[in-house]
Design a protein around this ligand. Structure first.
Ligand code: F6P
Length: 371
């Protein structure tokens, strides 16, 4: 349960952000999760009762301790919301998040003025130790450049980039180096000139994550040259789905030699686990990506993630709230960059794709597509 005493916009926003993030994470972990917001219900009630005698529009008077009628309406609405969430749990929901504003137990017998003063003091103490959540951090996610295996349609393996893949890697580096903000200023210059961007006026390096497979290492190779600007980590969790006994095969070969397995995957792509030692399913990949998601969530600097098809689908699904069942259908073509800007209720997503005619990465559009 989330609670607060004052109705300040920023604390309400933070509380809602936390509820939404929690709901997104739990849903993505496979728990049917819903946020039950007392404020929303209260506003509905308010619309119905506004013209009544009590006139309970929700200004400070509504939260005044001496306003007995308003207090009883507040309690009623909170109880109804709680009942609604319990009902929903009984009908199969797994996690109900009860998001409400309440008079905290610490303040029950305190003079409201004093309580507010105390609460504000607490907030300012919290602010000294917690970093403010900012909407500015962006994460850019992409698959590696075309590999030799991609050219012939082979699954998995650890092949190098093709000639096209190498060109893309160069264009990617240029794109990130020269990426301009909306007003035309270079992102890196902006940060260097603006001390509010980071603590101690120091420009934080862009965090670059790759898998441990050659095709992602080679895609991000150029970034290794400037450790001041780019801090690179190679993470095994970001490796592609492991196709077990079917690694290095093409889909046609699998269809021909193992038609039942081929069909089983077509029918249940999310759950299907490749046979053979270490063979994985989408659900396995989702599970192993949890620590990466947590790391990306808690980061306060921009990130660039260079990874593979299944991992990309999973990351995009998490950050944009695509339901688990649709993860295998998300379209993530090669040589396409997905820029995510976190927002309280999800994330803005912009696509950029490599144009072999210009040799540059160009803006493509908003949002994701399905295959
Ligand atoms: O074909 C490239 C690839 O990354 C393979 O290594 C991997 O098995 C496959 O994509 C995953 O995509 P899908 O789940 O659609 O088969």
């Amino acid at each position: 349960m989330q609670n607060e005493l004052s109705g300040s916009d920023s604390s309400v926003k933070k509380r809602r952000d936390i509820c939404k993030k929690l709901a997104r994470y739990l849903s993505w972990c496979g728990f049917n999760t819903k946020v039950f917001n007392v404020g929303n219900r209260r506003r509905v009630v308010d619309n119905v009762t506004k013209s009544s005698e009590t006139g309970t529009s929700h200004d400070a008077k509504f939260f005044d301790h001496s306003n007995a009628e308003a207090a009883s309406l507040r309690e009623k609405v909170a109880a109804e919301t709680l009942n609604e969430s319990i009902e929903w749990l009984k009908q199969g929901g797994k996690v109900a998040i009860h998001d409400m504003k309440l008079q905290g137990p610490d303040y029950i017998n305190m003079d409201p003025e004093e309580a507010l003063k105390d609460f504000r003091n607490r907030i300012s103490n919290y602010e000294k130790v917690y970093q403010t959540i900012s909407d500015e951090e962006e994460s850019r996610n992409l698959r590696h450049g075309e590999s030799l295996y991609n050219m012939v349609g082979r699954l998995g393996g650890d092949s190098s980039l093709s000639a096209n893949g190498k060109k893309y890697a160069e264009a990617l580096y240029e794109f990130i180096e020269n990426r301009e903000m909306i007003d035309g200023e270079k992102e890196f210059d902006r940060k260097q000139n603006d001390s509010t961007w980071s603590l101690n006026s120091k420009v934080e390096a862009l965090r670059v994550f790759t898998s441990t497979l050659k095709r992602t290492l080679e895609t991000a190779e150029k970034f290794e040259e400037d450790p001041e600007k780019y801090e690179i980590s190679h993470i095994k969790f970001l490796n592609e789905i492991y196709a077990g006994a079917f690694e290095d095969m093409t889909y046609e070969e699998i269809k021909l030699k193992h038609p039942d397995e081929y069909l089983a995957r077509q029918e249940q792509k999310l759950q299907y686990r490749y046979p053979g030692a270490g063979g994985e399913s989408y659900l396995d990949v989702i599970e192993r990506l949890r620590p990466v998601i947590i790391e990306l969530e808690r980061m306060r600097v921009d990130a660039l993630v260079v990874t593979h098809q299944v991992v990309m689908r999973t990351l995009l699904a998490y950050f944009t709230g695509i339901p688990l069942c649709d993860v295998p259908k998300v379209k993530v073509p090669l040589h396409t960059l997905y820029c995510l800007q976190p927002k309280p209720y999800g994330a803005d997503l912009h696509r950029y794709a490599y144009d072999p005619k210009t040799g540059k990465i160009e803006y493509q559009g908003e949002g994701y597509e399905f295959v």
